[in-house]
Design a binder for this molecule. Structure first.
Ligand code: NAD
Length: 359
């Protein structure tokens, strides 16, 4: 056994189907009397469902909804929400949605220290991390602070049934990416590795079924369980070149978050492959394939996802810019970050060539 340090984040996680029915108990447990319910405009009906469950509960009076959560947590939306928090004497937030809504709840907690209850509806994983990314004047900055870690996470499989098959696939691969990088993290440890391998296994089994039938409850339950494990990994250890590339590509060219992760992952893994033999065998085992990169390629084919950055809005001239940015302030990585190799990773991902371990 190699030496390690294990730092756990405090977490209360409620998992199941129909778990939303426990919302009023959880609100009371945290002593919240005036909760504000957050969502995107498209998910306002879920926020309304939460309010409905709180109506008439002794000691709780909903402060209403704020339905303007937006991708990448823009500062102007946060400021508007903070004004609502102040005006309506809000003493806790309930975020129901994906990473964008959870990000808004975290941004409110960062400024106010209010408690957060989160009901995730995608597999992106923000709910288990002390990380917050915010955008001001088009520039995204990220910080890590225990202040933004949600107090309670309620996973309710029912709310994932409506996630369209395409977004389910890419959001699921976004989750797998957290676990893949956790398996070769500099501060990795045996507990995180167990969670990572199990998370990849659960998602790799469930996602192809979901793509064929988005309402398959057993597969949805497996996928959400896997997403929770992968999210825990993201919250516990550092990420490497794959996440750096996705932050650069998403931030610079405004590419969609989950799709970008899905296209880049196999290429980033192929780049690191020469230096991570143990992680490769764990990933391969979790994917049920003898080769990790090949196994990922097979999974992506089954998921029928887009494979080229050029197909999700990136222009070819962006390749050099992305390579320049990706090597600046690089995250720790198991293989040295070399400009030419990284450029080749981006070029292959841009063109949609199959990932191969010969960079
Ligand atoms: P998202 O929250 O932006 O949601 C994408 C779209 O899907 C939205 O229109 C939303 O309304 C809709 N949607 C969500 N759940 C749905 C459901 N069950 N059914 C139907 N529609 C649904 O997407 P995301 O990928 O979850 O989050 C991306 C954002 O989260 C990015 O800004 C990313 O940076 C951030 N993120 C942060 C962390 C962190 O640890 N801080 C981790 C992962 C992602």
């Amino acid at each position: 056994m190699k030496p390690f340090i294990y730092n756990a984040n405090p977490a209360r996680v409620i998992f199941g189907s129909g778990t939303i029915l426990q919302i009023s108990e959880e609100v009371k447990r945290l002593g919240i009397k005036r909760p504000l319910v957050l969502s995107t405009p498209e998910q306002a009906k879920h926020a309304a469902r939460v309010e409905e469950l709180l109506a008439g509960v002794d000691g709780i009076q909903s402060a209403g909804q704020f339905n303007k959560a937006t991708m990448h947590t823009p500062l102007d939306v946060t400021l508007e929400a903070l004004k609502v928090v102040e005006d309506r004497q809000v003493d806790g937030v309930i975020a129901i949605g994906g990473g964008s809504t959870i990000g808004l709840g975290k941004a409110i907690a960062l400024k106010t220290d209010l408690p957060q209850i989160v009901l995730p509806t995608t597999y992106a994983g923000s709910e288990m991390t002390p990380i917050i990314g915010q955008t001001e004047n088009g520039v995204k900055t990220t910080q890590s602070t225990a202040k933004v870690l949600p107090e309670v996470v309620i996973y309710d499989v029912e709310f994932t049934l409506s996630l369209p098959s395409g977004l389910s696939a890419t959001s699921g691969v976004n989750a797998i990416a957290h676990a893949v990088e956790a398996l070769y993290a500099q501060n990795g440890n045996p507990v995180v590795s167990l969670m990572a391998e199990e998370g990849i296994r659960a998602l790799a089994k469930a996602l192809p079924i979901i793509v064929e039938n988005p309402e398959d409850k057993e597969a949805r339950s497996d996928a959400l369980y896997g997403a929770w494990l992968c999210a825990s990994c993201l919250g516990l250890v550092g990420m490497s070149v794959h996440h750096k590339l996705c932050h650069v590509l998403g931030g610079t060219f405004n590419l969609p978050h989950a799709e970008t992760h899905t296209i880049v992952l196999a290429h980033a893994l192929a780049y690191n492959a020469p230096n991570i033999p143990e992680a490769l065998s764990q990933i391969a085992r979790a994917l049920g394939h003898e080769n990790a990169v090949e196994g990922l390629n097979v999974l992506l084919t089954k998921l029928k996802v887009k494979r080229a950055l050029k197909d999700i809005g990136m222009a070819e001239v962006g390749i050099d810019k992305a390579a320049d940015l990706a090597v600046k302030n690089a995250y720790w990585n198991p293989r040295q970050i070399e400009k030419e190799g990284i450029r080749e990773v981006i070029r292959r991902a841009w063109a949609g060539e199959p990932a191969a371990a010969n960079i």
